[in-house]
Design a protein around this ligand. Structure first.
Ligand SMILES: [Zn+2]
Length: 199
C-alpha cells in the first residue's frame, strides 16, 4: 500500500465513498433534507457530501476527492502535495495536458478542473506520466477566476428531482442551482506557455 505522502492530495481513496444523499427540491433548485451550512459554497451551490479519510483503503487514481479538489483549486494549493502552488511575477504554475503547438494557437480562455502545482511536483508529474510527457504544456497564469462546477445536474421530478447529466455548469447559469457539485472549475484567462527548463 502506498504511503499517504506518495499519493496526490486530490486523489480519492477507496474508503472515501460518498454516502447516498437523496436530493430534494429546495429554494431555486435542489438541496439536502438535513442540509448543513457547509453543504453549500459562497455562491450557494450544493456540494456532494464526501467523507475525508485519506489513507483509508487504496488510492483510486482515476477519481478525484471532491473537497480536496475544491480546496486545492480555491486556495491555489498544489494538487499533489497541498503546499502553495508555485507563483512568480508571471503567474501561477498550471500543467495542461494539451499539445504545445495546439496551445500556442489558443486564443480563448481555458477552463480546467485540475488545480495548479508546485515546481517539484510538476516536474515529477511530467517525468512519471507517459501521457503527460508526450503531450503537456506548463502555463504561467496571471488571470484566473472560479468559473463554475462540474457535477450531477438534476431536473425537477416527482417525488424527487432526477439526475440527468454529469456536466460542467457556469456560475451565473440558472442551472447552477440544479447541480450537485463534485469539482470546482477555474477559468484561466491570461496565461503564457513556459518551457519546462525555464520554470
Ligand atoms: Zn507540490
Amino acid at each position: 500500500m502506498p504511503p499517504i505522502g506518495s499519493v496526490p492530495y486530490i486523489t480519492a481513496w477507496s474508503g472515501e465513498q460518498a454516502p447516498r444523499m437523496p436530493v430534494i427540491t429546495k429554494g431555486r433548485g435542489i438541496g439536502y433534507a438535513d442540509e448543513r451550512p457547509y453543504d453549500r459554497d459562497s455562491e450557494g451551490v450544493l456540494w456532494t457530501r464526501t467523507p475525508s479519510l485519506p489513507g483509508k483503503g487504496r488510492p483510486e487514481y482515476g477519481r478525484v476527492h471532491t473537497l480536496r479538489q475544491r480546496r486545492a483549486m480555491g486556495e491555489l494549493l498544489c494538487q499533489v502535495c497541498a503546499r502553495p502552488a508555485d507563483r512568480t511575477a508571471d503567474g501561477v504554475l498550471w500543467l495542461s495536458g494539451e499539445d504545445a503547438r495546439e496551445a500556442a494557437s489558443w486564443s480563448g480562455d481555458l477552463v480546467t478542473a485540475h488545480p495548479p502545482l508546485c515546481v517539484p511536483c510538476a516536474m515529477r508529474s511530467v517525468a512519471s506520466c507517459p501521457h503527460l510527457r508526450k503531450r503537456f504544456v506548463m502555463l504561467r497564469v496571471s488571470a484566473y477566476s472560479p468559473a463554475g462546477v462540474r457535477g450531477a445536474l438534476y431536473r425537477p421530478g416527482h417525488p424527487a428531482p432526477v439526475a440527468v447529466d454529469a456536466t460542467g455548469v457556469a456560475f451565473g447559469d440558472p442551472r447552477i442551482h440544479w447541480v450537485r457539485a463534485g469539482q470546482l472549475l477555474m477559468r484561466l484567462s491570461k496565461f503564457t506557455i513556459v518551457e519546462p527548463n525555464l520554470v
